[in-house]
Structure formats: structure tokens, C-alpha cells
Design a protein around this ligand. Structure first.
Ligand code: FAD
Ligand code: SIN
Length: 525
């Protein structure tokens, strides 16, 4: 058994922010299931939202967040995050993140749903710059141990104690050490889940391979409430390319003047759907793109910014420009073929303003959490912000309550005595693909009761198969992820079936109306 003061599962924006604050007071271990920079953070393009412009106000950012969230946001959380945004940006500047400047001030770009220019960014590769700066600082800190290739399997709870006491308490995680090929019990006084989203539940997603909802599934299995899982965000503009399947074309392209067009007629269709046209919140733009593709039997729609000066385009979007050029598309001269794809998990482990989940000693922050910020639809560039604000608040809560956290008791080691090596790895691949496909087709941008029922039926059948496989075979990273993917799919479908209205990202043709009162979906294990 390995013991640390605080264990953080996840080395993205949320996990590393918390680690850097905690490390001033205690010893922290940070796990990543692959490389340390393989989460969504490093892939973020557009930027981070904060009120920094003279003409902008907190009240406007709060209102924009709640309008996008279709009124389901918890106002207290929205205020908390928006008001802490400028200091979060300052901390990143202090860490050396080279945000773009113009005329001596931060350059602010614009994205859908924002009534002001409010997005700080590092060209079109903000996440990479942030991940690099956080990792550099964490690497240099003597109190932080970074452990890549450790796949957390389950939370260690009271029932894993040598002598259970019936407490609702988390003591760390069991994790597969991929390099050593064994499962370790990592215990800690406090545990933070910062495991990112569950985008890979869907066939098409902008998220990296590891976005399999592990933290959400682990917390649920350990007895924590999970909320608003039906609100899966689809980004309107993922590159359509038969080889490169998940390359995002940032919303900032539309923010800087890009327009959406029918690829054959050239018709600019967004004004037909919403008066804000291309800058409407992304649920509206994603549904419009989906509608055009389905209605006209298209493979994709066009995003066009070629009417802007080539130098302007290259200057603002150097990463995207180069990547597209490598694929034979010159975005300064021609439109980009795009399709909607899953992008962000709005729901997650239900938490309070300190990131606390339902078990004592357990916190959930960043995309795996449901803090109340996003409601029924996340406003662009509010998610990295949420990671920084909650990474900080969870860490401070732990520090302030340090004396209340007792030392971990004797815990049972992982029991692998009744399992053997798998002789049929194909089961994992088959089930993984099947889940992602039916989630895309039945629980996607537009839902119906019948489609949700079909998905529910598939989930039930796969449940027994996956449980049996898990019970008999030694765990591998793929098996752990499949089990979580299935768990999260079940939570999404269950939440979607509970909601008898259309709101934000949840759009059900059988319930097209939006009820007057906004109600969260809270699932209790
Ligand atoms: P992540 O950065 O995803 O990190 C998750 C960490 O958890 C990883 O280290 C992973 O290895 C680890 N982990 C997961 N499961 C396990 C396990 N079982 N065991 C051990 N470790 C585990 N948001 C914005 O605000 N602005 C943007 O411009 C923006 N652009 C985006 C572009 C793309 C292409 C994508 C996909 C997302 C974008 N987002 C953006 C969303 C934003 O990037 C994410 O919400 C945010 O980075 C999530 O950070 P996180 O720290 O919660 O998780
Ligand atoms: C983007 O750059 O379009 C993504 C921004 C976000 O997801 O917040």
C-alpha cells in the first residue's frame, strides 16, 4: 500500500491546479492513465473566458452563461466562477502562459453565446500552452509526484477496510500500474477526481481517446450522486475528414467572422435558425448543422473564413491553418468541411462550491464534475475556467480542514485470486464500438423516446456481458475503460429518459416543449 497526503486522479487543468496549491502544504501524488499531457486540456483551442475588457461586466458573463445553460445553472456557482475568473487568469500569467497581447493588453477573442469579446487565448492552441505551464511548475515542485500510466479502477471506500465501519468515506483508489502490470492500493487522506469527460461514449467526438468517464463511473459505483448527464455537448464544427476524425475547428473561427454555408448552394443558413446566426450558443448551431446534413443528405457543411485577409486568418489560427494545409485544405482560399461531434460532458459528479462530492474526503473537479456552472449547455470557454476555479477552491478547502482528515486505516489489497488472463480480447473491442455507435445514433443531438428505449435495451444486454467478463478476467486498461464507458452510457440514457421536455442540449422530438421550471436530473445510486 502506498500512502500520500492527497491523491489526485488526473493531470489536466483541474488536477494540476489543485496540486500546485496543495503542494505548498502537503505531499501530493497525481495520476494520469497514459501520458501526463494526454487529457482534453492539451487539446483546447479557443481559450478561457474572463471579464477583462473595460466595457464588460460580471453580470453580463453571468447572464450569458445562464442563457446558454437554459436556466438550469445554479446561479451561486455561476457567480462564484465568473467573479474568480480574472484572478485565475492572473495565476496562469504568473506561471508563464504566453497569452496573446495586442497594443499592450490581452487580446480577447469572441465565441458563440458571449455578448462581449472575453476569451483570452494563446493563438488557437491555448490548452497546449496551459498544460505545458502547469506541468512545468508541477514537475519542479518537490511536494508533487507525477505518476503517468496509472489507471484508477475504483475508489477505495469503507468496504475495502480490513475492518469496515459503515462510514461514507473515500481513502484513495485502486489503480492498475501499466508499467509494472499490477494493481496497487493508493491511499490518501483526501482524494480528488479530476478525470475529465466522457466524450468517447460517442462514435464521433473531439475529445481524446481517454475521455471515458472513469471518474464519474467510479464515484457512482462508490455511492455518489451524479447529475445532468443527459446534457452532452456537441460542437458544431469538427473537421470532416475520413482519416482525421476528431480535429476541432475552434468556435473562434466563427467568432472572427467565419460563416456556415450549404456546401452545394453556398446558402448562409444560420440566420434562418437564429438571429445571432453563427454566434448563437453551440447547441443551436450544432442542431442547425445536423438539420442541414440530414435534410439535404449531405456528408458535411462548409465553414468559410476565406473572405478575410489571408494574413489575418494565418495570424489568428496558425495551428489549424497548418494542419488543414497538410490535409490539402487552404482555409484562406476555400471553405472547411465540418460536421458536429460530441465535445463536452456537462453532467458529472454532483459537487458543492468546494468541489466536495458525497463521500467524506472525496472531491471532484473539472469536466468530471457537475458544479452547477454549465446547466443544460456549457458556454464556450467556460470549462477551462471551471477547472482553474474549482482546482483552487477544492485545494483550499482541503488545506483549511486538514485537521479533520484522519490517517487512512488498514485497507485490503486488490484481490486478483479469482481471475485469469483474458482469452477473448475481441469482446472488449466489439462492446466498445457497439456502445459508441448506438449512443451516437440513439442518444445524439436529436433524441426520441423510441431511440432512448432502444439504447436502454442495448445497455441492459451489454451490462451482464461486461460484468461477467470483468468478474473473470484480469483487468487491463481497455477493460477498465469499457466498464466505465458502459456505466456512463447507462447514466446518460437514464437521465435522458427522466427528462420530459427539451432544454439546452437535450432535444427530444417527443417532448419539444421547455417546461417553465428548470429542474436538475439528480441520480442517486
Ligand atoms: P482533462 O484535461 O481531460 O484531464 C483528465 C486527466 O485525467 C488526464 O490526465 C487523464 O489521464 C486522467 N484520467 C482519466 N481517467 C483516469 C483514470 N482512470 N486513472 C488515472 N487517470 C485518469 N474548454 C475551454 O474552456 N476552452 C477551449 O478552448 C476548449 N477547447 C477544447 C477543444 C477540444 C478539442 C476539447 C476536446 C475540449 C475543449 N475544451 C475547451 C474543454 C476543456 O478542454 C476540458 O473541459 C478541460 O480541459 C477538462 O480538463 P480536466 O482537467 O477536467 O480533464
Ligand atoms: C473551441 O475552441 O471552439 C472550443 C471552446 C470550448 O470548448 O470552450
Amino acid at each position: 500500500m502506498s500512502n500520500h497526503d492527497v491523491l489526485i486522479v488526473g493531470s489536466g487543468a483541474a488536477g494540476l491546479t489543485a496540486a500546485l496549491v496543495l503542494a505548498e502544504h502537503c505531499r501530493v501524488m497525481v495520476l494520469a492513465k497514459g501520458g501526463l499531457d494526454e487529457g482534453s486540456t492539451a487539446w483546447a483551442q479557443g481559450g478561457i473566458a474572463a471579464v477583462l475588457d473595460k466595457g464588460d461586466t460580471f453580470e453580463d458573463h453571468i447572464r450569458d452563461t445562464m442563457v446558454a445553460g437554459a436556466g438550469l445553472n445554479r446561479r451561486e456557482t455561476v457567480e462564484f466562477v465568473v467573479e474568480h475568473a480574472p484572478e485565475a487568469i492572473q495565476r496562469l500569467i504568473d506561471l508563464g502562459v504566453p497569452f496573446n497581447n495586442e497594443k499592450g493588453a490581452l487580446h480577447l477573442t469572441r465565441e458563440g453565446g458571449h455578448s462581449h469579446r472575453r476569451i483570452v487565448h494563446v493563438n488557437d492552441a491555448t490548452g497546449w500552452a496551459v498544460q505545458e505551464a502547469l506541468l512545468k511548475a508541477a514537475n519542479a515542485h518537490p511536494n508533487i509526484t507525477l505518476k503517468p500510466n496509472m489507471v484508477a479502477i475504483d475508489l477505495v471506500t469503507d468496504r475495502h477496510r480490513a475492518h469496515p465501519k459503515g462510514q461514507r468515506r473515500a481513502w484513495g483508489v485502486y489503480a492498475l500500474n501499466k508499467d509494472a502490470g499490477r494493481v496497487e492500493c493508493l491511499s490518501a487522506k483526501a482524494t480528488i477526481l479530476a478525470t475529465g469527460g466522457a466524450g468517447r461514449t460517442y462514435l464521433f467526438s473531439t475529445a481524446p481517446r481517454g475521455a471515458t468517464g472513469d471518474g464519474i463511473a467510479m464515484a457512482w459505483r462508490a455511492g455518489c450522486r451524479v447529475s445532468n448527464m443527459e446534457f452532452m455537448q456537441f460542437h458544431p464544427t469538427c473537421l470532416y475528414n475520413l482519416e482525421v476524425k476528431n480535429f476541432l475547428i475552434t468556435e473562434a473561427v466563427r467568432g472572427e467572422g467565419g460563416i456556415l454555408k450549404h456546401p452545394v448552394t453556398g446558402h448562409r443558413y444560420m440566420p434562418d435558425y437564429d438571429e445571432r446566426a453563427e454566434l448563437a450558443p453551440r447547441d443551436i448551431v450544432a442542431r442547425a448543422n445536423d438539420d442541414q446534413i440530414k435534410r439535404f443528405g449531405l456528408d458535411y457543411v462548409h465553414l468559410d473564413i476565406s473572405h478575410k485577409e489571408p494574413e489575418f486568418v494565418r495570424h489568428h489560427f496558425p495551428t489549424i491553418y497548418e494542419r488543414l494545409l497538410g490535409l490539402g485544405i487552404d482555409m484562406t482560399k476555400e471553405p472547411i468541411p465540418v460536421v458536429p461531434a460530441q465535445h463536452y460532458t456537462c453532467g458529472g459528479v454532483l459537487t458543492d462550491l468546494n468541489g466536495r462530492a458525497d463521500l467524506t474526503g472525496l472531491y471532484a473537479i473539472g469536466e468530471c464534475s457537475e458544479s452547477g456552472l454549465h446547466g443544460a449547455n456549457r458556454l464556450a470557454s467556460n470549462s477551462l475556467l471551471e477547472c482553474f476555479v474549482f482546482g483552487d477552491s477544492a485545494a483550499h478547502h482541503i488545506i483549511e480542514h486538514w485537521d479533520e482528515f484522519d490517517t487512512p486505516p488498514a485497507l485490503n489489497p486488490w484481490d486478483a485470486s479469482r481471475v485469469t488472463d483474458s482469452d477473448e480480447e475481441v469482446v472488449i473491442k466489439q462492446n466498445w464500438t457497439e456502445i459508441r455507435r448506438f449512443m451516437w445514433n440513439y442518444v445524439g443531438i436529436v433524441r426520441t423516446n423510441k431511440r432512448l428505449e432502444r439504447a436502454q435495451h442495448r445497455i441492459k444486454t451489454l451490462k451482464a456481458e461486461i460484468a461477467e467478463y470483468y468478474a473473470h478476467f484480469r483487468v487491463t486498461a481497455d477493460l477498465i475503460e469499457l466498464r466505465n464507458l458502459h456505466q456512463v452510457a447507462e447514466l446518460i440514457v437514464k437521465s435522458a429518459r427522466h427528462r420530459h421536455e427539451s432544454r439546452g442540449l437535450h432535444y427530444n422530438l417527443d417532448y419539444p416543449q421547455t417546461e417553465p421550471a428548470a429542474r436538475e436530473t439528480i441520480l442517486v445510486p
